[in-house]
Design a protein around this ligand. Structure first.
Ligand code: PGA
Length: 259
């Protein structure tokens, strides 16, 4: 099962995962990171700024989970722009080693396959950061997504568009389509780190960690992966049946085991 770590706040989650990423880069200077967008991963990127200061990150590679389809890549809310602004520039990564799925319409039917080929050529993702949507999506794999799915174009749910409307002038400006790594793509990463904060995520977290494995709650796909770390705050943990057990297990864990 996933290891569940309940932390006091977002900053503690960021520090914990930044440490894990720093250790990975120390072991493997050309590590392949899986990047997520949205508000959830920001504490990790924030913590990495100080944790990676002075560390040679020139060979680090990364792949983003998803992108809007049809949004100008130069738009400030395209995930290409967000990844550049929140991750690549502040951490001093080499932009040529960072990829975001191509959501431009020209040749869109091939962009998924191309992205899969690029991930395979890089040797796969070492550590994949994930958020979870209130509807249970990971990446932009909305309810009903196949557990075997690969990078492809999907239609966003109304709920996801409403959740993301805060980044746009209105919900009508939120794109209707996206290109996202599939659940099969995500499950190929060697270590999954799913973060969630706040009571709004509690139902999705409980479903993903303790509910039935079902395409109706795509986050439940993590139960099929042998190495998953779920890092959540108390409100996001509030609907877990076994929270006390997770606390006890993490508190008693020998340090050599790591995350
Ligand atoms: P959020 O989105 O981090 O903005 O809450 C999470 C997600 O949709 O995966």
């Amino acid at each position: 099962m996933a290891e569940v770590v309940i932390v006091p706040d977002r900053a503690a989650a960021g520090a914990l995962i930044a440490e894990e990423i720093a250790a990975l880069i120390a072991r493997r200077p050309d590590a392949v990171l899986g990047l997520a967008t949205g508000s959830t991963p920001l504490p990790v990127y924030e913590a990495l700024r100080s944790r990676l200061a002075g560390v040679d990150v020139s060979r680090v590679r990364a792949f983003a989970l998803d992108e809007y389809v049809g949004l100008d890549p130069a738009h400030p809310e395209s995930y290409r722009s967000v990844i550049a602004r929140e991750v690549v520039e502040p951490l001093g990564l080499d932009p040529d080693r960072i990829r975001v799925p191509d959501g431009t319409l020209d040749g869109i039917e091939h962009h998924g396959e191309d992205y899969e080929a690029a991930i395979a050529a890089a040797g796969g993702v070492d550590l994949q950061i994930l958020g979870i949507g209130t509807d249970g999506h990971i990446g932009f794999n909305e309810p009903g997504s196949s557990f075997a799915s690969r990078t492809r174009v999907k239609t966003l749910t109304r709920q996801t568009r409403a959740d993301n409307a805060r980044f746009f002038p209105s919900i009508d400006d939120v794109p209707r389509h996206c290109i996202t790594q599939g659940l099969g793509t995500i499950l190929d990463a060697r270590h999954l780190v799913l973060l969630a904060f706040g009571e709004r995520k509690a139902a999705a977290v409980a479903g993903a960690v303790e509910g039935a494995v079902t395409a109706s709650l795509p986050g439940s796909a993590i139960q099929l992966h042998p190495h998953v770390t779920v890092v959540i705050d108390e409100p996001a943990a509030s609907r877990l049946a076994h929270a006390d057990y997770y606390r006890e297990a993490f508190a008693g864990k020998p340090e050599w085991q790591g995350l």
